[in-house]
Design a protein around this ligand. Structure first.
Ligand code: FAD
Length: 291
């Protein structure tokens, strides 16, 4: 039985009740949000140590705010609710999130939450790649304290995050980028609704003369044990006019920052080649959105 040791199903209404449950069950307590990732663990028999499930639906954490300097998304906002953010459909800088939201099937979009997709720390998911390209950070709370973690520091390894036991992600913040900015996300998958073979999200900001001021290039889907930022490609882009040649050069550079793996979906060599191809496509897509 997958949850054979389950003793308690907590539905806390405030953070103190979360802390109480964590204090009682420690590492054997598991946060439950949309349950779409947890269900996969359960059917594989990977929850045999879990003694308490903490369902966080009654804690709120479902705000969705287009603020002056940022967009703030509560951890319990589902993908379907995020699609309702009006700015998502008009702002070029947020377009990578819009692109990535189109990937999961409707049933998953209705259940999966922003906090759950980040805490799962799965480099094969799509939303985390887009959120990292937009320089996202999370607010986390636990044991009466609160702290901010940049997404690059949240993702430690495959299925491993940097949260302390009992710490909850409460909110994701996406800062508004400077100047004229646009982003894009593209996924390569073997079949519809499959995990990514490779996915790429880029965000670029240019000044009045069209010179690239900021660039973020992020890759996921089997190119490392977490989503990977390509500092080498970003260096190629920054301070340059985004010409065809510069984009080609940046796309070729991503290979220096990734360690593609081989699995039943693709060989490492194919992932490496496609990482370059899809980086180029994503950069061209973002550039066309700028214009
Ligand atoms: C059939 C299927 C297709 C999918 N397709 C895609 C796809 O195309 N693209 C894509 O990006 N993803 C896809 N996914 C993955 C999906 O995005 C994740 O399963 C989902 O985001 C997890 O969120 P959840 O709310 O269901 O998390 P849960 O399953 O509830 O939890 C996930 C993990 O995070 C922890 N957790 C949850 N909330 C918090 C919190 N607030 N603070 C701290 N820890 C927390 C839980 O303890 C658990 O370890 C797919 C999944 C399935 C099952």
């Amino acid at each position: 039985m997958a949850l054979s040791r389950l003793k308690k199903f907590c539905i806390p209404e405030n953070s103190h009740q979360v802390d109480d449950c964590v204090a009682e069950y420690g590492d054997n307590a598991l946060i439950l949000a949309g349950g779409t990732f947890i269900r996969g663990l359960e059917v594989r028999g990977l929850l045999s140590e879990v003694e308490a499930l903490i369902d966080v639906h009654k804690l709120g954490m479902d705000g969705l705010v287009s603020g002056v300097g940022n967009v703030r998304i509560g951890a319990m906002v589902t993908f379907a609710a995020l699609e309702q953010l009006a700015e998502l459909h008009s702002a070029a800088w947020l377009a990578a999130v819009r692109d990535a939201l189109a990937c999961p099937p409707l049933q998953i979009r209705n259940m999966a939450t922003v906090g759950g997709c980040l805490a799962a720390s799965c480099p094969f998911y799509d939303l985390p790649t887009a959120f990292l390209a937009l320089d996202g950070s999370v607010t986390v709370s636990g044991a009466g304290a609160q702290r901010e973690i940049g997404l690059a520091d949240l993702f430690v390894s495959l299925f491993e995050n940097s949260l302390e036991p009992g710490e909850l992600i409460t909110e994701l913040t996406l800062p508004r980028p400077p100047g004229r900015s646009a982003s894009a996300f593209i996924k390569l998958e073997g079949t519809a609704n499959d995990l990514a073979i490779v996915n790429v999200a880029v965000s670029i900001s240019v000044d009045a003369a069209g010179v690239c001021e900021e660039a973020r290039v992020v890759l996921g889907g089997g190119v490392g044990d977490r989503v990977v930022r390509s500092a080498t490609a970003e260096t190629v882009l920054k301070g340059q006019q985004l010409t065809h040649e510069v984009i080609e050069h940046a796309a070729a550079a991503v290979g220096q920052d990734i360690e593609p793996m081989a699995d039943h979906r693709a060989t490492a060599a194919y992932r490496l080649a496609m990482a370059g191809v899809f980086t180029k496509r994503a950069l061209n897509q973002a550039l066309s959105r700028l214009n």
